[in-house]
Write a protein that binds this ligand. Structure first.
Ligand SMILES: Cc1cc2nc3c(=O)[nH]c(=O)nc-3n(C[C@H](O)[C@H](O)[C@H](O)COP(=O)(O)OP(=O)(O)OC[C@H]3O[C@@H](n4cnc5c(N)ncnc54)[C@H](O)[C@@H]3O)c2cc1C
Length: 383
C-alpha cells in the first residue's frame, strides 16, 4: 500500500529519507519554509562574483562511512578538498589544529615530535587529576600559554560563557598533534561537491514520487492529514515551545567583498577575546578549481539564539538536557510522527552522520511499515 508521507524540511534529513521512501513506492511531499532546498548546507552562486557561497556558514564534507561517501558521489561530483584552518592570535598567524608547526612557531623552537611531546608535558598542569571543566581539561593537556592563545578567547566567543562553565567532555581528546599534519579532519573521505550542496540535494529530491513545496511552513496541528510525518524542524517548535525553548547559539554573518585573494585561505579563526568575531570565511577557497576575480567573505559572530533567530548549535548543558527529556517524553505520545535531523533530535550532527541516520531511519520505517508495526518516534535516542 502507498502511504502519503510528509517530510518537514528539505535539508539532508528530509531529502535522504524522502528519496528512500519514494524509491519504495510511497508518495512523498517535502515542505520547507525557506525558498531553497538543502537546509543549512545551502550553497548559492553569488550573482556578482560567480563565487559559490556557503550561505549558512562553511561546510566541508568528511566521513569514514564508505556507504555515505558512495551515496553523495551518486548525486554530485566531489572534488578533493582538505580543510587547512589558520588562526590569528596575539598578533601572529598559526596553523590549526595545534600541531608541531604551531608549537615550534609559538615557542620559537625547532622541536622534533618526541621533544615537543616532552616539552608540552612540562607545560601541562599535572595537579589537575580529575578535570571537570573545559578549562581544567585544556590546562591539563596543554598548559596556560597554549590555552590562552588558542582556546580561551575563541571558546568564550563561541559559547558566550567562561570555559570554566563548560564541561570537560567538549575537549575529550588531546587537542594537539606532534607532527606537521594540518588537515583539520582525520576522516578517510574528504571533499567538496563541485556544483555545491544545493545541486546535490536537488538531485536527491528529483524523483517522480517526490513533490517539493518551498516557502511553505508546516503547522504541526496538520500532522493528522498525513499517514506519516518526518519532522526535521526544531523539536520544541513542534510543541509550540510550550515547555520553554531549548537553548541554542546562533550565528550572524557579516558579508564583505574584495577582489583577488583577501586572506589566502578558506577559514581564518580569531582567538583573541577583543576581536568580536570568531572567524572569517573566504568562500572562493572552497572551490579552488574555480577562478573568480571578485571575492565574498563572511565575518562570523556567535551569540545567544533568540526566538526569531536561526538555531545553529545546541547548547545541551544540564538545564537544556532536563528540558530535552520533557520534550522527548511528550514526543513519544505521537502516533504518526518521527523526529529526525539536527533540530528534530537537538544534537549537533555532521552531514555524514545526518545522512547515515536518515538512511537508517528510512530503513527502520520501511521495515516497521511492512511488518504492520508502529514507526519509531525517534530512530536514535536524542538524550
Ligand atoms: C555553522 C555550521 C557549520 C557546519 N559545518 C559543517 C561541516 O563543515 N561539515 C559537516 O559535515 N557538517 C557541518 N554542519 C552540520 C550540517 O549543517 C548538518 O549536518 C545538516 O544541515 C543537517 O541537516 P538537517 O536536514 O538535519 O537540518 P537542516 O539543514 O537544518 O534542515 C532543516 C530544514 O527544515 C526546515 N523547517 C524547519 N521547520 C519547518 C517548518 N515548520 N515547516 C517547513 N520547514 C521547516 C528548515 O527551513 C530547514 O531548511 C555545520 C552546521 C553548522 C550550524
Amino acid at each position: 500500500m502507498t502511504d502519503k508521507v510528509l517530510m518537514v524540511g528539505a535539508g539532508l534529513s528530509g531529502a535522504v529519507i524522502g528519496r528512500r521512501l519514494a524509491e519504495a513506492g510511497h508518495s512523498v511531499t517535502v515542505m520547507d519554509a525557506r525558498d531553497h532546498v538543502a537546509g543549512n548546507c545551502h550553497t548559492r552562486r553569488d550573482p556578482q562574483t560567480g563565487v559559490l557561497v556557503h550561505v549558512y556558514g562553511p561546510h566541508i564534507f568528511h566521513t569514514d562511512d564508505a556507504e555515505v561517501w558512495e551515496y553523495v558521489n551518486t548525486f554530485e561530483t566531489f572534488l578533493p578538498f582538505k580543510n587547512r584552518v589558520k588562526t590569528t592570535s596575539q598578533g601572529a598567524v598559526y596553523s590549526l589544529p595545534i600541531n608541531l608547526h604551531t608549537i615550534n612557531q609559538f615557542y620559537g623552537r625547532t622541536f622534533r615530535p618526541e621533544e615537543a611531546r616532552a616539552f608540552i608535558e612540562t607545560q601541562a598542569d599535572t595537579s589537575i587529576t580529575d578535570p571537570q571543566t573545559f578549562e581544567d581539561q585544556a590546562l591539563r593537556f596543554v598548559g596556560p600559554d597554549l590555552y590562552e592563545a588558542f582556546f580561551k578567547g575563541y571558546t568564550e566567543k563561541q559559547w558566550g560563557c567562561s570555559p570554566t562553565e563548560l564541561p570537560a567532555s567538549i575537549l575529550k581528546r588531546l587537542p594537539v598533534r606532534f607532527n606537521y599534519d594540518d588537515n583539520y579532519f582525520f576522516h578517510r573521505f574528504q571533499g567538496m561537491p563541485e556544483g555545491g550542496y544545493t545541486a546535490m540535494v536537488e538531485r536527491i529530491l528529483d524523483h517522480p514520487g517526490i513533490d517539493v513545496h518551498l516557502e511553505t511552513a508546516f503547522d504541526p496541528a496538520d500532522a493528522g492529514d498525513w499517514d506519516h510525518v518526518f519532522w526535521s524542524g526544531p523539536l520544541d517548535g513542534f510543541f509550540g515551545y510550550e515547555l520553554g525553548r531549548l537553548g541554542y547559539r546562533t550565528l550572524d554573518f557579516e558579508e564583505f567583498r574584495s577582489t583577488g585573494d583577501w586572506q589566502g585561505c578558506a577559514v581564518m579563526n580569531y582567538g583573541d577575546r577583543d576581536i568580536p568575531y570568531t572567524r572569517i570565511t573566504e568562500h572562493k577557497h572552497f572551490s579552488p578549481w574555480e577562478s573568480h576575480e571578485g571575492s565574498v567573505l563572511y565575518r562570523e559572530f556567535s551569540r545567544e539564539c533568540g526566538p526569531d533567530d536561526i538555531p545553529y548549535y545546541p547548547i545541551r548543558l544540564v538545564a537544556e538536557k532536563a528540558m530535552l527529556g520533557d520534550y522527548v517524553a511528550r514526543a513519544k505520545d505521537q502516533r504518526n510522527v518521527t523526529f529526525v535531523g539536527r533540530l528534530g533530535t537537538y544534537r549537533y550532527l555532521d552531514m555524514d552522520v545526518t545522512i547515515r541516520e536518515a538512511m537508517d531511519t528510512a530503513a527502520i520505517w520501511l521495515e516497521a511499515r511492512q511488518a504492520g508495526q508502529p514507526a519509531p518516534v525517534f530512530a536514535r535516542d536524542p538524550l
